[in-house]
Design a protein around this ligand. Structure first.
Ligand SMILES: [Zn+2]
Length: 603
């Protein structure tokens, strides 16, 4: 269990005055080099950082390695603190990786040996999921776990195999922008690399930092060069009820390349009372999408969305399947030509012989391509099922809701090879495979799986329940497109818009929530339609959803960064915190722009 659940650290960036910016950035440059050298040097001993004897990460680092730079012991300690935080965060991820990998590996349950190996797998899956629940019991790590699942899936989809070690999938996480936590120093009054004092009356903070000059010399007189910064009201209120921690100096690089340094002023305050994750009754809804393979969302019984949606995008995988498909088409065309050449001669004519022989070779080649193609599809079905199971376990869902296979969803036009593969991917065969695998795995894991009525789930607004149109993209809202990837609600009081697959996954989750509530009151299973009044009555977004977010991650865990896809924009973004701006915007149904994801902006 993680400690410190009852306290949370809030961080406020204060921009340093212009006259000290150059000095601060120079300091951060030096620090970054030392931190990165330390992380690289200790990366082979990553596992050591899975155990901790002290809150301070620098103690662990300095016991293992010395400074690569002779610039003062306390300066080195602060750098070691940062290097140690990175390594500790990575060691935690590595532990979780060990839990999820057996579940993600598509070979864990082979269709043909299911009955034979069931006992063994059942135990392994149950144990892994139980461990996961334990790991995520406070909810905070569910977001990080999701980014880890995404990273592992991306590795698989790019390379075609699972990473055998965490390190194979994770590059050494070196800093691209500077950060220097002063937690390694002796405090605001005695510090040897910084000094800080607060004046609550004057609402200001006085700071001095030790830095090298342009020649690389560290001046002895740094304590005299103080700077003053204004403390905003919002910080003051927290300072009065909380505890001021050692600040961090941090570099920010704007998209246009502008660099500046901020002081992260950190206050520790008690965590407000939140609903325990494990006591929530939640549903995971998934959609087998047009643009993405699987889109999943979690809602609770009141219809509030929990956490952020998951998009499993199969980009490179799609490309490989499309190439195989194209190869099959080419081989088929060649076969037609050979057949014509053979049939140019009458039966029994020896001149038919070469073409007949070549046709035999060709047919074997085609069969081999199809086998490869189908095996990959089966892998994909396993992968999707495992991902859904992991997401459900990580967010404590008791039910997984998916579309009924009774109606076959067509994906619209698909003329090129990639489009053909997408159509194929959506056909009943592969969806049936996913469902079959998922049903079995859910049974083993003790999670319920229920089909939902698919009608209109991708043409209904998830927020207000009104029928909604789809469009090619947010830039094409003038023309309704039945197969468009973008859903926009035309209800003037609502106006929600987002990826069609995302909307569908929310609607399917809402159907699942309605099913549970119905079963709770009547004891009977009923599969409602999206037009059903009980489903419509659900208001699922807005202010309340904000309160249901997992608690903020402690400072030393903010370093995880995962690439995710948002609302079908395919804009790859870095996730820095469970309270990141984009999450909040998405939950509020607002458009997401890249600049909103500035690392220093958190709610
Ligand atoms: Zn709406």
């Amino acid at each position: 269990m993680r400690t410190g659940r009852d306290q949370q650290s809030l961080s406020y960036p204060l921009r340093l005055p212009d006259e000290v910016q150059a000095d601060a950035l120079r300091l951060l440059n030096v620090s970054r080099q030392v931190i990165n050298a330390t992380v690289v040097a200790l990366w082979p001993q990553l596992d050591e950082f899975g155990k901790r004897d002290s809150t301070y990460a620098y103690k662990q680092v300095t016991a293992m390695i010395g400074s690569s730079h002779p610039h003062g012991d306390r300066q080195w300690r602060c750098e070691a603190e940062q290097a140690g935080r990175i390594l500790r965060g990575q060691a935690e991820r590595k532990k979780q990786f060990a839990l999820i990998l057996p579940i993600l590996e598509q070979g864990m349950i082979q269709p043909k040996t299911e009955t034979r190996r069931a006992g063994k797998n059942r135990k392994a899956i149950k144990q892994a999921l139980a461990d996961l629940r334990e790991e995520t019991s406070d909810g905070g790590s569910a977001v990080e776990l999701q980014s880890l699942i995404e990273q592992a899936c991306n590795f698989y989809l790019t390379t075609g195999c699972w990473p055998s070690t965490y390190e194979e999938m994770q590059a050494i996480p070196v800093l691209k922008t500077g950060i220097l936590p002063y937690a390694g120093d002796d405090g605001p009054l005695m510090g040897q690399s910084y000094r800080m004092s607060l004046d609550l009356e004057q609402k200001q903070v006085t700071l001095a930092i030790r830095f090298p000059d342009e020649a690389g010399t560290w001046a002895r007189t740094w304590r005299e060069n103080t700077m003053k910064m204004v403390l905003p009201e919002s910080i003051l209120a927290h300072v009065k009820q909380g505890l001021v921690l050692a600040p961090s100096l941090r570099e920010i690089i704007e998209p246009d390349g502008t660099r500046y340094a901020v002081l992260d002023f950190i206050v520790e305050v008690p965590v407000p009372e939140a609903t325990a994750w494990e006591n929530m009754h939640t549903v995971l809804g998934f959609d087998w999408g047009v643009r993405t393979l699987v889109t999943a969302s979690v809602v609770d019984l009141d219809g509030h969305q929990v956490g952020r949606p998951f998009f499993l995008d199969t980009g490179p995988f799609d490309g490989r399947q499309a190439r195989t498909r194209r190869q099959i088409d080419l081989l088929k065309a060649k076969g037609t030509r050979l057949q014509a050449r053979r049939d140019a001669f009458p039966q029994g004519d020896p001149r038919r012989e070469p073409a007949t022989r070549q046709l035999g070779v060709l047919r074997r080649e085609i069969a081999q391509c199809w086998r490869k193609y189908e095996a990959r599809n089966q892998d994909l079905a396993h992968l999707a099922a495992n991902v859904l199971l992991l997401l459900a376990a990580a967010s404590g869902c008791e039910l997984i809701a998916g579309e009924s296979l009774k109606s076959l969803k067509s994906t619209g036009p698909g003329k090129d090879a990639r489009g053909k593969w997408r159509n194929w991917r959506n056909n009943s065969q592969i969806r049936g495979e996913l469902w079959r695998v998922l049903r079995y795995k859910c049974y083993l894991a003790g999670i319920r799986l229920e089909w939902q009525q698919p009608r209109q789930t991708s043409h209904t607004c998830p927020r207000c329940g009104q029928p909604a149109n789809t469009y090619r993209s947010p830039a094409h809202l003038g023309t309704v497109n039945e197969w468009g990837a973008w859903l926009a609600c035309s209800n003037p009081t609502c106006g929600w818009n987002g990826s069609r697959d995302y909307a569908a996954s929310l609607n399917i989750a809402r159907l699942g929530a309605t099913l549970i509530r119905h079963a709770q009151t009547t004891g009977r299973i009923h599969h409602p339609c999206i037009a059903n009044a009980a489903v419509k009555a659900v208001s699922y977004m807005g202010a309340v959803a904000v309160l249901r977010l997992p608690p903020p991650v402690p400072r030393d865990r903010l370093l995880y960064a995962g690439r995710i896809y948002l609302n079908g924009w395919r804009k790859s973004i870095k996730l820095r915190s469970s309270y990141s701006t984009e999450t909040m915007l998405r939950l509020c149904g607002l458009p997401i722009r890249a600049k909103d994801n500035a690392q220093n902006r958190r709610f």
